[in-house]
Each structure stands twice: as C-alpha cells, then as structure tokens.
Design a protein around this ligand. Structure first.
Ligand code: NDP
Length: 338
C-alpha cells in the first residue's frame, strides 16, 4: 500500500519534503468484528484547511493535527472493497474522510457519504458535490442572507468554493465581482463562470482603490476566503447592513503570527454582520444541497473547473500549490480511476 505521510510538524510555508512516499503491506480485508470499511481510494481532495493539521497540536486551529509518520488524512472519493458495517457493501462508492494512500481501512463510517448520482464525474464529490460545494451553499444562502440585486464580492474566487459562490450569486440575480491571483483565473471568472467583473489582486497596488472601481456604491456581501489585507480593504467598502461570511483566511495559514486587521470599526459604523462558520456543523443540509446542485449541473446552469494531478505521488506538490495559487479550480489528486 503506497501512502503519503507527514514527516514532522510544519512551521512556515509547507514544502514537498515535509511529506514522503512510504510503501507497506496491508491485508485487503476488514478485521473480524470491525464495523469499519476497507476502500480503494480514487480521488483525493487538496483543501486549504489541511495546513492547520500539519501544525504542532495546540496551535490556533479547529481540527486535530496529523500524526507524523502516518498517512495524511483528507476528503476523498473511494470504492468499498470490504465492509464490516451493514450500511456499506462491496462495490459502493463513497466520499468522506479517507487516507492519502491506495487503500484505507476506515474504522468510523459516520463521516462517510454514499454516492448515489454517478452520472457526473466522480471527482466532483471532492468539490462541487462534496465538502467545498456544501460550504459554498451554506456560506452563501445561510450566512450571507442574499437578496436579488445585491453587490457581492468573493476573494479566491476561481477556487473550489469561490467559483460556486459566484455562480449561486449570479443565479440569484446579484452583481458579482471576484478576485484571483492570475489573469488566466480572471478570464475564467468572467468568461466561464459568468461573473460581472473580476480582477487580479496581485496587480493592484491599492486594493481599496480597486474595490472602489468595481463597487462605486459599496459591497453588500463579502464572501471571505483570504483574510489579511483584502479583508481590511473590504471593510472600508462595505455598505450599510452588509454581511461578511468568514469562510477562510488562506493568506494567514502559513504565518506563525496572524496579521492584524485595522478597519473593524466599520462593523459598527456600517452595522455589518460578520459571521464565521465551519461546514462540519451543517452537513444535515447536504441532501438538500446535493439535489439542488446536481440538478443545476444537469441543466447546465452551473459549471465546474477542476485541476487534476495524476498519481498519489503528485499529492504533496498539489497540496502545497494551494498556498501559491498554482491550482486553477478545484485541486484533485487522481489515485485511480476505479
Ligand atoms: P481554492 O481552490 O480557492 O485554493 C486556494 C486558493 O487561495 C489558491 O488557488 C489561491 O488563489 C488563493 N491563495 C493562496 N494563497 C493566498 C494568499 N496569500 N492571498 C490570497 N489568496 C491566496 O481553495 P478552496 O476553495 O477549497 O477554499 C477557499 C477558502 O475556503 C479557504 O480559505 C479555505 O480554508 C476555506 N474553507 C472553509 C471551510 C469552512 O468550513 N469554513 C470549508 C472549505 C474551505 P489565487 O491564485 O486567486 O491567489
């Protein structure tokens, strides 16, 4: 069984050499009496939060650290080879928490979802039909309280979550602007995902001026994916009774000391609601989300862009690429195609 392991806890910017390929033998059978499932991993998801699991335990994080020497754990799509649980049987397709390895024995099945719609690419269950998809759905519809005609801004807009938030906002009849880190991504936002406007934040030396250019009347909704300087600039441009959904702050994930935010007074002067959320608390909405978005995909109302890295060995480079923006769309690692 080939695995990608974390060598040791990481501080600062992660490197490929913080992870390593390890090969071991494994019995492809669920042990007697276990209620777990044995799966063959097909697609693995690279998600920004995984950086926090590389930190020493106890650091600022909302999730346990990985165990050095053991396989990295993350969301993935897999096929059941053997099962000790009555709800799962050989041949079932699932998505949920699995290991960065060819085969995983998953002892707890609570965090696994069975895949029923197979007439879409299975890799979609790492993205648009999986955790990032339901994050976009909850963040936009539940946290942002959107209304038709409102002005919406999304950072890291071409990524797994952002591209969907923008399309939800367009379907609701909002004016939508996204920021991204390359001109190729800006082009995708405008010409593939249907954003009204988009800009390359790396080419702007004054983010406040850039936002004023696209939002002369201010921003009603900010979908926050990056934090730092962008958040400060947005705070200066929010409208009265605006909403900020704090989904993530990727610009802060590799820093030992978080950057300060200066313009929080806007929360008072503009009566803004700023609310963080973590998707674990909203999985009860998954079936409702899935039916809606699967239908949107079928009807061609929503499109999705993935960036596929081939082979388990490509996992470390793909994962750290999230922090330099080398992914164009949802970053997936293809381990096997069934
Ligand atoms: P993406 O697919 O958007 O990949 C990450 C992107 O972030 C990169 O491609 C890059 O795009 C951008 N980025 C990287 N470093 C920086 C930086 N220093 N400053 C600004 N942008 C940067 O990731 P996801 O869509 O999966 O995740 C987006 C956000 O949502 C993350 O913050 C993540 O942690 C959060 N999240 C939160 C969840 C929750 O439950 N609260 C669940 C899922 C995700 P670019 O080229 O545009 O810079």
């Amino acid at each position: 069984n080939k695995q990608i392991i974390l060598r040791d806890y990481v501080s600062g910017f992660p490197k490929e050499s913080d992870m390593a390929l390890k090969t071991s033998t494994m019995r492809l059978k669920v042990p007697e009496g276990s209620k777990g499932v044995l799966v063959k991993n097909l697609y693995l998801s690279c998600d920004p939060y995984m950086r926090s699991r590389m930190r020493k335990p106890g650091a600022l994080s909302y999730i346990d650290s990985f165990t050095p020497g053991s396989a990295i754990i993350g969301y993935g799509v897999a096929k059941v080879l053997d099962s000790g649980h009555p709800d799962f049987k050989e041949g079932d397709l699932i998505w949920g928490m699995t290991g960065w390895e060819e085969y995983s024995l998953i002892p707890e099945t609570e965090a696994l979802f069975k895949i029923h719609y197979t007439d879409v690419p299975l890799s979609y269950y790492t993205g648009i039909l999986g955790m990032p998809g339901v994050t976009a759905y909850v963040g936009f519809y539940e946290i942002c309280s959107p209304k038709k005609g409102e002005y919406v801004f999304i950072s890291a807009a071409s990524g797994a979550v952002g591209q969907l938030v923008g399309q939800f906002a367009k379907l609701m009849g909002c004016y939508v602007v996204g920021s991204a880190g390359t001109n190729e991504k800006v082009d995708l936002l405008k010409n593939k995902f249907g954003f009204d406007e988009a800009f390359n934040y790396k080419e702007e030396n004054n983010l406040d001026a850039a936002l004023k250019r696209y939002f002369p009347e201010g921003i009603d909704i900010y979908f926050e994916n990056v934090g730092g300087k962008m958040l400060d600039a947005v705070l200066l441009n929010m409208r009265l009774h605006g909403r900020i959904a704090v989904c993530g702050m990727i610009s802060q994930y590799n820093l030992d000391q978080l950057e300060g935010v200066h313009n929080l007074f806007s929360l008072i002067s503009k009566r803004i609601r700023m609310e963080g959320f973590i998707i674990f608390e909203y999985y009860h909405l998954y079936p409702k989300f899935l039916d809606l978005v699967w239908q949107y995909i079928k009807e061609g109302k929503i499109v999705y862009v993935e960036d596929k890295a081939e082979g388990l060995e490509s996992g470390p480079a793909a994962l750290i690429g999230l922090y330099t923006g080398s992914n164009v769309g949802k970053q997936v690692v293809v381990v096997a195609r069934e």
